[in-house]
Design a protein around this ligand. Structure first.
Ligand code: PLP
Length: 370
């Protein structure tokens, strides 16, 4: 029997207790320091170093501006090519394009759905300047192989870790791989500052560069050295970030229970594939993606519609692929590229509702749809 339930969303934002935010607001109001690297902002930056296990953190007003600045900070030659994945959110290739660079789309690996390290080398030309990988759904890119390729061809490496908050490989923070890594703290991400994000990096020489690029390139009252942007996170959002730092572990624990429920029940269903996290890698619990294979009775789109009829919202993440966008699809390189895995998986993936407060009866209702 199908029960009628309230709408089940694909995610719900983590929200701190309102009273704790009111306390922060009182402090902000009396200090009259609202933005521009205030005390809450700096406290959050320091705390995130421990949480993400990285030596340097630069906070931003959103992940997209952070990624724009990451690419800018590496001084890649204007018009050069950056090899990236089309199996991601629009922000990833757009940040390459906004820097006056050319995104070159590489196919993905079928299990982790991240950029396929085996296919990167064939795309390298004398104009290639960097590789931009995405730890999609929190699955890590093959960071070791990518590092080797980058060394061999003298390329920079940037990672979009918007889905990979607190992910670790062999106990090492995912934000320590490559030259610069971006995290997003948007409301739909596991950890949020409403809107926000950060960059993490190992090279201490990048600290000042990124600090300046984030603040219009202003070095001092009378010295503007670079073409910067406004990437500053304000004190109110930093306060939300400080309070949410107290909550994210509990949320991840609750999502682990949801994940186990899904794993146990869905692994028994023929035609439903559950992509596996590599060994020695911790889950960020950002998404719960499944792959609807050809031997399942319904297509992904049919299953999506069936969920929708029952008031359950799932997401066809990532459909369309970035290579299907109007602004990229007519590029000759896109037309000629081997994107066979992307073009297969984009019709088969579905992200199920995934958040800590999902109730048992809601989980049962989701399971009944299969
Ligand atoms: C959310 C997201 C971004 C953009 O982050 P914002 O903070 O929303 O600007 C970039 N890349 C990926 C893969 C994302 O999911």
């Amino acid at each position: 029997m199908i029960k009628t339930l309230e709408k089940i969303f694909v995610t719900q934002p983590m929200l701190p207790n309102l009273e704790t935010i009111q306390e922060h607001l009182k402090e902000i109001w009396s200090s009259k320091w609202l933005t521009n690297m205030g005390s809450k902002h700096n406290e959050l930056e320091n705390k995130l170093k421990d949480v993400l296990k990285v030596p340097n953190v630069s906070l931003f007003n959103n992940g997209t501006i952070a990624l724009l600045v990451a690419i800018k900070a590496l001084d890649l030659p204007y018009g050069s090519e950056v090899i990236t994945t089309p199996f991601t959110f629009a922000a990833t290739p757009h940040c390459i394009s906004w820097n006056g660079l050319k995104p070159v789309f590489c196919d993905i690996e079928p299990e982790t759905m991240t950029i396929d390290a085996d296919k990167i080398e064939s795309l390298i030309t004398p104009n290639t300047s960097a590789i931009l990988g995405v730890h999609v759904y929190g699955f890590p890119c093959d960071v070791e192989r990518i590092e080797k390729i980058a060394k061999k061809y003298n390329l920079k490496v940037i990672y979009d870790a918007a889905h990979a908050f607190t992910t670790e490989i062999n106990g090492r923070g995912i934000g320590t791989f490559g030259d610069i890594t971006m995290f997003s703290f948007h409301a739909t991400k596991l950890y949020n500052t409403i809107e926000g994000g950060c960059l993490t990096f190992n090279d201490p020489n990048l600290v000042k560069k990124i600090y300046n690029l984030r603040n219009f390139g202003i070095q001092s009252e009378e010295l503007v050295e670079e073409v910067g942007i406004n990437g500053k996170l304000n004190e109110i959002q930093a306060a939300v970030g400080l309070e949410n730092l107290k909550l994210y572990k509990k949320e991840q624990e609750k999502r682990e229970i949801v994940k186990q429920f899904y794993n146990e029940n869905l692994s028994k269903i023929k035609g439903i594939r559950l992509p596996k996290m590599p060994d020695n890698t911790t889950d960020s619990y950002q998404y719960y993606p499944i792959v609807i294979e050809e031997d399942y009775p319904l297509t992904r789109n049919e299953l999506y519609e069936k969920f929708k009829e029952r008031n359950i919202l799932t997401r066809k993440y990532f459909y369309p692929a970035c290579t299907d966008y109007e602004c990229y699809k007519n590029d000759l390189a896109v037309k000629l590229a081997d994107l066979s895995v992307v073009n297969d998986l984009k019709h088969k993936v579905l992200c199920l509702p995934f958040y800590g407060s999902l109730k048992q009866e809601e989980l049962e209702a989701i399971l009944e749809v299969f």
